[in-house]
Design a binder for this molecule. Structure first.
Ligand code: COA
Length: 245
């Protein structure tokens, strides 16, 4: 069974998390596949936009917690690190359709999406601090910019979950849709963008995403802290606690 499904349709590359038995937890192989599909699609003239989806119950439960224990070395070749940098380099718009849980990187990766749609079952959570970790994906820079400092501090330090309506208020989600309409609507929006003049679309995105160097520097700072925290006894205890429930 392929854990990342890929479908090219209407000028859109749809990438779907497909590991439902682990609530779409992203393992190394999935990061690798995502990165390859994104890099390849970014240089494919037949693709004008990307759409990330999960299944009805879960977008993704975030990084595979077991792999935090098995692969704590976060060098530049680590598949999760390559994926995160790939998100910052994407020329073409990235959209997401979120149903069910979006935990950890499942929420922070949305900060790299250009448009995000969610249905009324969506629940977002960034429990990094509770796991004795720190946020990644540039969230310590992108989230305060999006929501204002205090709201970002609330979401990252308290780590409470929030729903689609709140995510919309915070600016993380563009629109909340009824579950059965979510994927079709997101695909339709992506295909509308994909049909527009590609140079104009890509330059508009690049201009809105100016400051990439600062973002990548912040991501590296986060990864340095994250790598140290991964090795801490408290983090290991929290991972085992989750896995041995
Ligand atoms: N990594 C590895 N395994 C995961 C996982 C993750 N991020 N998220 C869920 N799983 C596994 C569970 O261990 C369980 O495996 P098992 O059936 O072999 O015991 C299976 O997926 C189902 O998970 P469960 O928690 O029972 O499902 P649920 O529907 O009750 O809850 C979530 C779903 C997403 C709310 C819950 O799994 C969760 O909170 N996961 C988040 C883990 C996390 O902290 N991620 C962030 C890392 S920074």
């Amino acid at each position: 069974m392929t854990t990342i499904q890929v479908l090219d349709t209407q000028g859109v590359r749809v990438l779907t998390f497909n590991r439902p038995e682990k609530r779409n937890a992203i393992d190394l192989n999935m990061y690798q596949q995502l990165t390859e599909y994104l890099i390849q699609g970014d240089s494919d003239n037949g693709i004008g936009a990307f759409l990330l989806c999960g299944n009805q119950d879960c977008f993704t439960s975030g990084n595979d917690v077991a792999e935090f224990l098995q692969h704590p070395d976060l060098g530049p070749e680590h598949p999760a690190v390559r994926f995160l940098y790939c998100l910052t380099e994407l020329k073409k718009p990235l959209l997401a359709a979120v149903s069910g849980s979006a935990v950890g990187i499942g929420t922070t990766l949305l900060l790299h999406c250009d448009l995000v749609y969610a249905d009324d079952s969506a629940r977002f959570k960034m429990p990094f601090v509770d796991l004795s970790l720190i946020p990644e994906a540039g969230a310590t820079m992108l989230l305060p910019r999006l929501t204002g400092y205090q709201k970002a501090a609330e979401l990252l330090l308290l780590g409470n979950s929030f729903d689609a309506r709140q995510a919309c208020e915070y600016g993380l989600v563009n629109q909340v849709l009824p579950g059965p309409e979510l994927t079709d609507f997101a695909l339709q929006q992506a295909s509308i963008i994909a049909a527009k003049p590609p140079q104009a679309v890509q330059q508009t995105k690049a201009l809105m995403r100016m400051g990439k160097a600062d973002l990548q520097q912040q991501m590296q700072r986060e990864l340095d802290c994250f790598a140290k925290q991964l090795q801490s006894p408290k983090a290991k205890e929290m991972f085992l606690k989750f896995l041995q429930r």
